[in-house]
Unconditional design. Structure first.
Length: 202
């Protein structure tokens, strides 16, 4: 087993998410108790770059399909930090979102999807016009959506509803619910197979 030391401090910074970029050249991590977004090489796990995004409860992030942008979610304060990964340029999107959590860029690379961990809705944020974001509401109980993931072909997306132990499959075109799957427990994270029709839920 190998481990990679991340972060910049001797105190517990609590790395909360790790993702490999679509181009497979680097991986990134973000922290619940740090002001840095870090980028590491997939070849030797060396630190390539770190970007100071300010202190926050940085829970999750999404990477654009061209591996050039990242969108980092501050769940407690409700803001999203937009990062240009090549230059380190950053822009704070602060729309007062309520407990945002899961984040994902769509297949056409023009919209950021963000879940509400305390609500029955998600936000769809146009990357080139973020202030013109849209809230998509789902019927039923307060789902408390934790995470979001697209199917490999992008025709649908899945939401973990941790409040009612369900996963929702949603049509990407019109945001209508295709089916609701009862999975038991407290569903949070997901992975999807690129070669088999399987969705993995933890």
């Amino acid at each position: 087993m190998r481990y990679v030391k991340v972060g910049v401090s001797t105190v517990t910074e609590a790395p909360h998410m790790i993702k490999v970029a679509p181009n497979n050249k680097f991986w990134c991590t973000v922290f619940l108790n740090s002001n840095y977004f870090q980028i590491y090489s997939t070849i030797d796990n060396s630190l390539i770059k770190q970007i100071d995004i300010g202190m926050g409860s940085w829970n999750t992030f999404a990477i654009s399909n061209d591996s050039k942008k990242a969108f980092v979610v501050n769940t407690t304060n409700g803001n999203i930090m937009y990062l240009e990964l090549e230059t380190g340029t950053k822009l704070n999107w602060n729309f007062g979102l309520t407990f945002p959590h899961g984040a994902l860029v769509n297949k056409t690379n023009d919209t950021l999807y963000v879940t509400s961990q305390q609500g029955a809705y998600i936000w769809k944020i146009p990357i080139n016009d973020p202030s013109n974001y849209k809230q998509v509401n789902f019927s039923g109980t307060t789902h408390k959506f934790h995470e979001i993931i697209f199917s490999p072909d992008g025709s649908k997306y899945f939401l973990t509803a941790q409040n009612n132990s369900q996963v929702l499959a949603v049509n990407t075109t019109n945001d209508s619910i295709i089916t609701t799957l009862s999975v038991g427990g407290f569903p949070q994270e997901m992975g999807v197979s690129e070669s088999s029709p399987y969705l993995f839920v933890s």
